[in-house]
Design a protein around this ligand. Sequence first.
Ligand code: ZN
Length: 60
Amino acid sequence: MKGMIRKCAICGEYTLSEETCPHCGGNLKNPHPARFSPDDKYSKFRLALKLKNKEESQRT
Ligand SMILES: [Zn+2]
C-alpha cells in the first residue's frame, strides 16, 4: 500500500499530504473511514455509561 490518500475537509480536494491541504491549508480527513460507522457516535456514550456503572459498583 502506498501513501494514504486524504481528502480536504474544506475544499474537498484529494491529496497525499499527511498534514494540511496543499490547496487551501484545510484539515485533511480520511475519505475511507472503514473502521467507523454512524453507530460509533454512541461509543463514547456507551463508554461513559460503562465507567459510571463501574464507579457505582465500586462505591457499594
Ligand atoms: Zn483544501
